[in-house]
Design a protein around this ligand. Structure first.
Ligand SMILES: [Zn+2]
Ligand SMILES: [Zn+2]
Length: 145
């Protein structure tokens, strides 16, 4: 079985510019902090490893904070794509279903956020990416980020 702590040690060596810290959830905080949780949702070791590599991929791709929800979805897809390569390098098992589920939950979350509370129609995000506008009733809603 994969030893998660030795994976983290290897990553620390290979990505000297990154800081790996234990946290509640998995998260990349630009430009160089990666949070991981070995007990996350009680997931097995290989999924924890996969999630850790995913966050490392965000860092490798130099992702920044996003302005538009749609950018977030794009960055998620990019990071997973890059994680596939990291999985080969670090001998971590790739799980396509698991990855698709993670991507779907982002898409669902964003779809939900984009719906007008009055009409239930999907709105458009404004130029700053903070709020949505309903194309039916012109209501502005959602706090963004
Ligand atoms: Zn991500
Ligand atoms: Zn509306």
């Amino acid at each position: 079985m994969l030893e998660i702590n030795s994976l983290i040690e290897r990553l620390r060596r290979d990505f000297a510019g990154l800081v790996f810290e234990e946290g509640e959830v998995f998260m990349f905080r630009p430009p160089c902090e990666i949070y991981y949780n070995v007990n996350y949702l009680g997931l097995p070791c290989d999924k924890i490893a996969l999630l850790t590599l995913h966050e490392a991929a965000h860092a490798v791709l130099k992702h920044k904070d996003y302005d538009y929800d749609i950018e977030l979805v794009r960055m998620e897809a990019e990071a997973w794509e890059r994680s596939k390569g990291l999985c080969k390098e670090y001998d971590v098992e790739w799980d396509e279903d698991f990855v698709q589920d993670r991507l779907d939950s982002y898409r669902d979350w964003i779809h939900e956020r984009s719906l007008c509370p009055v009409c239930g129609v999907a709105g458009w995000q404004d130029e700053e990416g903070f709020r949505y506008r309903c194309p039916m009733c012109e209501r502005v809603f959602g706090a963004g980020q």
